[in-house]
Ligand binder design. Structure first.
Ligand SMILES: NC(=O)C1=CN([C@@H]2O[C@H](COP(=O)(O)OP(=O)(O)OC[C@H]3O[C@@H](n4cnc5c(N)ncnc54)[C@H](OP(=O)(O)O)[C@@H]3O)[C@@H](O)[C@H]2O)C=CC1
Ligand SMILES: O=C(O)[C@H](O)CS(=O)(=O)O
Length: 482
């Protein structure tokens, strides 16, 4: 059934034009497989047009005062909140997440526009004490230029605003390629950006062939920055392709988050934190817990309570009242969850709750907890990206840290302890960009989001996020002698 929304755009925004395509991509509702609309299947030619529009718009946009750019971004933020329900309904229709989560993402995504509207006015330079009596040294910060943003389906608004917010605040212009599964959210907020006064060409959205669009964005010399959120595999492809024209890159990639529960933890808090972290967006977030490590003294009590609470999660269509777990994005996602479960069971793991496709059919899956996990199982090394919580047992603090760090990923980690010495030892020992301590949900626009090792490069949000979109220029001013 066609999606009905005043914010539905089935065209791409390039310059000041909304353009249709001679061929289109179907957009489906993952909950029922319905085709809810189409978007253009554009490629390199249209991408070149979008980059040209962004380049043409750059001089006037970067020349506006920071305060002027901030006012326009602020208006965009306000419009996103005014249209929270419409944006949430579009998101649930194309991504499947429960409406309550979609509404939350609209607010979370808008918060990056609000934050960087403020940060726009605080891009400061330096006055450096000169080693020459007759010279003055300063630095100024200038926008990088045209930015390419390639974003995933799991947070169809927030992953765009977390990039476009700082880019536009700094005076850059942008070309966005949203995920093919969730283009309508991107096009809807682009329409609101136009209404907020973002000038033509400052924000462009191109849908279609990822390889062709990405190939052009990473090769075009007029693009000076590539920012990506998605799998580590594709992130590496984009980094390689960007190297030929030495572009700045920001990469928010895959994770393998450990969730460590020590004997001295508040068990009830740990259970609720594990559920929040693991099953948010039906387990489809890069910072979702991917491995639970439970110390032997509390292991059985923790698993029993976790399984009981997980069994209570409501699996339903995202529009259904009380829905807590929506469908997975596609059949490949379901097959990956099934592969991880089958592999673990074949090597001795046991099902504590769930373990199979849900009775609703399609891409719905039972929220699952496995016990008896061992490091040789696939789920210990691969990101499941679904509603599967595998529990590993450990004996000592050193063993837990070693297990947690035994991965090429380093995005988010979590642990529960009420021993202040342990809190500092473990927080400093974990090789991750972000650590939740007695908390399972830690993402916010005010703190730096990003990973180490193969989870990415750079930070988004926070006072650091805008640094990814500016260049520091050093001025050495001589000739000052009388
Ligand atoms: N660190 C973080 O913040 C996040 C990390 N991720 C990670 O991403 C994975 C799941 O998300 P998913 O969307 O499937 O990731 P993908 O990496 O497959 O896709 C992400 C985006 O990249 C595009 N893309 C795919 N192939 C290419 C290519 N060759 N050139 C240019 N663009 C390309 C996709 O387009 P199209 O949709 O058309 O295929 C999509 O827009 C998981 O590993 C997850 O951990 C996801 C979200 C956040
Ligand atoms: O894509 C993701 O998984 C997000 O980066 C996670 S969060 O920022 O929404 O927590």
């Amino acid at each position: 059934m066609k999606l009905e929304s005043a914010l539905l755009r089935e065209q791409c925004l390039i310059g000041d034009e909304w353009l249709s395509g001679s061929s289109v991509i179907n957009v489906t509702n993952p909950s029922n497989g319905d085709v809810i609309g189409t978007v253009p299947d554009f490629g390199a030619e249209e991408t070149r047009k979008a980059v040209a529009a962004a380049k043409a718009a750059l001089p006037a946009w970067r020349a506006r005062t920071a305060k002027d750019r901030a006012a326009i971004l602020r208006r965009w933020f306000e419009l996103m909140l005014e249209h929270q329900d419409a944006l949430a309904r579009i998101m649930t229709a194309e991504q499947g997440k429960p409406l309550a989560e979609a509404r939350g993402e609209v607010v979370y995504g808008a918060s990056f526009i609000e934050w960087f509207a403020e940060e726009a006015k605080r891009v400061y330079g330096d006055v450096i004490p000169s080693p020459w009596a007759d010279r003055r040294l300063v630095t100024i910060k200038q926008p990088v230029g045209v930015v390419a943003a390639i974003t995933p389906w799991n947070f169809p608004i927030a992953m765009i605003t977390r990039k476009v917010g700082p880019a536009l605040a700094a005076g850059c212009t942008a070309v966005v390629k949203p995920a093919s599964a969730t283009p309508f959210s991107a096009l809807a907020i682009a329409a609101l950006a136009q209404e907020a006064g973002v000038p033509a060409g400052v924000l462009n959205v191109v849908t279609g062939s990822a390889r062709a669009i990405g190939g052009e964005l990473t090769a075009n010399p007029d693009v000076r920055k590539v920012t990506f959120t998605g799998s580590t595999e594709i992130g590496k492809v984009l980094m390689r392709q960007s190297a030929d024209t030495v572009k700045k890159v920001s990469m928010e990639l895959g994770g393998n988050a450990p969730f460590i529960v020590f004997d001295d933890a508040d068990i009830e808090a740990a259970v609720e934190g594990a559920i929040a972290s693991k099953y948010r967006n039906t387990g489809q977030t890069c910072v979702c817990t991917n491995r639970i490590l439970a110390q032997s003294g509390i292991h059985d009590a923790f698993v029993a309570r976790l399984a009981e609470r997980v069994g209570e999660l409501v699996v339903a269509d995202g529009f259904a009242d009380g829905a807590q777990q929506g469908p997975l994005i596609d059949s490949a996602a379901v097959e990956k969850v099934e592969e991880h479960i089958a592999d673990a069971l074949s090597k001795g793991a046991k099902v504590a709750v769930g373990g199979e496709r849900h009775a609703l059919g399609g891409t719905f899956f039972q929220p699952t907890v496995l016990t008896g996990l061992t490091p040789d199982m696939a789920v210990a090394r691969e990101e499941t990206f679904g509603p599967l919580a595998p529990v590993f047992r450990f004996e000592t603090e050193d063993e837990a840290i070693a297990m947690a760090n035994d991965t090429e990923f380093g995005l988010a980690a979590y642990f529960y302890s009420r021993d202040i010495g342990r809190v500092w030892r473990v927080a400093e020992a974990l090789e991750y960009g972000m650590v939740g301590i007695n908390e399972g949900i830690i993402s916010t626009e005010v703190a730096p989001f990003g990973g180490v090792k193969e989870s990415g490069v750079g930070r988004e949000g926070s006072r650091y996020g805008i640094d990814e979109y500016v260049e520091i220029k050093y001025l050495n001013m001589g000739g000052l002698s009388a």
